[in-house]
Design a protein around this ligand. Structure first.
Ligand code: NAD
Length: 494
């Protein structure tokens, strides 16, 4: 990474950002905008359009029209593939610009942003471009006098609601397979991190996506997001974000057209370290990285560290050492390992979780405070709290910040019991040299993802999704395509 290039991109003025509806840049129907504040230094970055329900309706109508006239779904698969491959290429060509733009409004450390945002988004779009002409229908094993065909058809208009932690990566997880299957899409970016997603969509149009096939409407979740949820003309809603919003989306679907709703929600993921872990120093470093990267604003963050009691004190010391060694600071400095918290309210919420943890008997071993206040930005020291009871607030509620709660256990059964004692079930980890124990944990811990002797890794070939109140449906891999197709049976008398 070239620091001077990053600095030049950081100095660029960002004009007021508009909706992207039917291939056109449009303001809000009432002309309203909202401020975008940089979490790096608390300064005003630019404005984005504060959309109205009417704007959302216009975008959905454009997407519907594009779907009905088949300007995208009706193209030969090879033509759609070419456009998506070109889009992936453009994202890669503009990767640094996209990453810096994203960091300026969301605060993720640039090294991670570059890899996880444009890097991952381009890979995802390419993956689904390559998949789209390999999805076949079926011939059912019927009796000989009939032919039963199962067609896979696009669902129509897909609404995608995106969170602020990784808008490009998570956006691409939804937009990529939706477009690959021939749907039209309306995207609602997060209020505090919409800039890079708008730019990525512009590149999609430049790559050849027809007008109306991909639309972006910015604004408040409670206004434009709600309008999308309540629309009678959206066929499927795909969402990543908080459980509270997920619940609302289910209600909106029930109040409107019973649209399909796929939710990717939060987690309180247990990372379980046994005394027989192959390398405890490595486990401590990875455990710290697994919670503190992107300031803990990661859905699969290993936010509960469960440690076998015989190694508890030594292991905590090693995690604290690893946490204190991580450089927190300006996310656009290439040497920074942990960037900014996305917004001031989020920072305040993180700090209040630490206060609650202390009141409930936890001991703060390191961190627990806001730091770098002189920058004007929102930074928090990586925080390790020990003595967290399994039923404590810090063990039960998602912080979505750089706060690790540590709980000891003394047997496999107790580890599983604690691991399964939240409403969530997104990810988990187990560190052990015992192969049988590792496999038992994979089976017994109720999550969508389990890591063994590592934490947090994945690529586009494997699904990501949760169980319980971590959501339903999966992003990534070929399984994600199922969300974007309807099955249609043709029963033909021969
Ligand atoms: P959020 O639910 O507040 O917002 C997510 C999106 O929903 C935003 O675009 C927001 O504008 C929109 N929204 C808010 N209210 C709405 C409403 N009433 N109707 C429609 N849309 C509305 O969540 P957040 O704070 O942006 O993201 C953090 C949460 O997301 C955390 O809980 C985190 O765990 C979760 N998350 C989950 C995953 C996953 O894959 N499971 C990934 C990343 C983040």
């Amino acid at each position: 990474m070239d620091q001077s290039k990053i600095d030049a991109l950081r100095a660029r003025e960002i004009p007021t950002q508009t909706h992207l509806i039917d291939g056109k840049h449009l303001p809000a129907s009432d002309g309203a905008t909202m401020d975008v504040v940089s979490p790096i230094d608390g300064t005003l970055l630019t404005q984005v359009v504060k959309g109205t329900a009417q704007d959302m309706t216009a975008a959905i109508a454009a997407a519907r029209m594009a779907f009905e006239d088949q300007r995208w779904a009706g193209q030969p698969p090879q033509a759609r593939k070419k456009v998506l491959l070109r889009w992936a290429e453009l994202i890669e060509d503009n990767a640094l610009e996209l990453a810096v733009l994203g960091v300026r409004d969301n605060g993720t450390e640039i090294a991670m942003a570059l890899k996880a945002e444009p890097g991952s988004a381009a890979g995802t779009i390419r993956y689904y471009a390559e998949a789209l002409d390999k999805v076949y229908g079926e011939i059912a094993p019927t009796s000989g006098d009939v032919l039963g065909l199962v067609h896979k058809e696009p669902v129509g208009v897909v609404g995608a609601i995106i969170p602020w932690n990784f808008p490009l990566m998570i956006g691409a997880w939804k937009i990529g397979p939706a477009l690959a299957m021939g749907n039209s899409v309306v995207v609602k970016p997060p209020e505090t991190a919409s800039l890079s997603l708008i730019r990525m969509a512009e590149l999609g149009l430049e790559a050849g996506l027809p007008a109306g096939v991909l639309n972006v409407v910015t604004g408040e979740g409670a206004v434009v997001g709600q309008a999308m949820g309540l629309s009678m003309d959206v066929d499927a809603l795909v969402f990543t974000g908080s459980g509270g919003t997920g619940r609302r989306l289910l209600e909106y679907a029930a109040q409107s057209n019973l649209k399909r709703v796929y939710l990717e929600l939060g987690g309180k993921s247990p990372n379980m370290v046994f005394a027989d872990a192959p390398d405890l120093d490595e486990a401590a470093k990875v455990a710290a990285h697994g919670i503190f990267r992107n300031s803990g604003q990661v859905c699969v963050a290993g936010s509960r560290l469960l440690v076998e009691d015989t190694i508890h004190d030594d292991f905590v010391r090693a995690v604290v050492k690893a946490a204190e060694a991580m450089r927190v600071g300006d996310p656009l400095e290439t040497t920074t390992q942990i960037g900014a918290i996305n917004s001031e309210p989020q920072l305040r919420q993180n700090l209040s979780f630490v206060e609650t943890a202390k009141n409930e008997g936890g001991q703060v071993e390191t961190g627990g405070t806001q730091i770098l206040t002189e920058t004007g930005g929102y930074y928090m020291a990586p925080t390790v709290v020990t003595g967290v009871r399994p039923d404590a607030t810090l063990a039960q509620k998602e912080v979505f910040g750089p706060v690790l709660g540590v709980t000891p256990f003394s047997s496999d059964d107790e580890a599983v019991r604690i691991a399964n004692s939240t409403v969530y079930g997104l990810a988990g980890g187990v560190w052990t040299s015992n192969l049988s124990r590792a496999h038992r944990m994979i089976r017994q811990v109720r999550t969508g993802v389990m890591h063994v002797n590592t934490y947090g890794g994945a690529d586009g070939t494997v699904p990501l999704g949760g169980v319980g109140q971590s959501g339903n449906g999966h992003d990534k891999s070929m399984h994600a395509l199922d969300k974007y197709v309807d099955l249609k049976t043709a029963w033909i008398k021969l």
